[in-house]
Design a protein around this ligand. Structure first.
Ligand code: FMN
Length: 161
């Protein structure tokens, strides 16, 4: 069965995900952040996670050079942060509330979860790379509602079945 790239994009858009902002620092100490919904957990023991990064992203080089990154799970109230970190602007971080963790990672405040990760492996994945990290720090807020992404739109989680 053949299909075109539009059909492939539409199909992928029907896979519902949460939304994260993956952050790191560049060699000059500047903060880097990208909206990412290709996040997945990989392994419980050891605790491994992955995300896929577009080779064309402006922050591609910074993630390649850094040996660590943070994954910030956004809550429903933070959809503006998803828009901000998915838009190439001069300063994505202006006015954004964040902490610097002891490992020197910038981590967004008020998220559902923050994960601190050491880079474990990088795999080829077509026009993306697959970056695997080992989680070595974690902050979670059980009271928040997740931001949901489906068919190019932001949603809140619905009723339980
Ligand atoms: C909801 C959503 C999810 C996204 N997921 C990814 C992703 O998993 N990987 C990726 O490379 N880009 C993803 N993007 C696109 C990047 O956020 C976007 O290209 C961003 O501008 C890259 O920033 P940079 O060019 O400053 O590095 C996503 C965008 C949105 C809105």
């Amino acid at each position: 069965m053949s299909f075109d790239s539009l059909a492939f994009r539409q199909a992928m858009g029907r896979f519902t995900t949460g939304v994260t902002v993956v952050t790191t620092r560049n060699p000059k100490g500047g903060n880097i952040g990208v909206t990412v919904n290709s996040f997945a957990s990989v392994s419980l023991d050891p605790p491994l996670v992955l995300f896929c990064l577009d080779k064309a992203a402006l922050s591609f080089e910074a993630f390649g050079r850094s040996d660590q990154f943070a994954v910030n799970f956004l809550c429903a109230e933070q959809h503006a942060l998803s828009v901000r970190f998915s838009t190439t602007t001069a300063d994505k971080w202006e006015g954004v509330a964040y902490d610097i963790w002891p490992t020197d990672l910038p981590v967004l405040r008020d998220c559902l979860v923050n994960l601190g990760c050491q880079k474990e492996a990088v795999h080829e994945g077509g026009d993306h790379v697959i970056i695997v990290g080992r989680v070595d720090a974690l902050r979670l807020d059980g009271e928040k509602r997740p931001l949901v992404y489906y068919q190019s739109g932001y949603r809140e989680i619905g009723a339980s079945l």
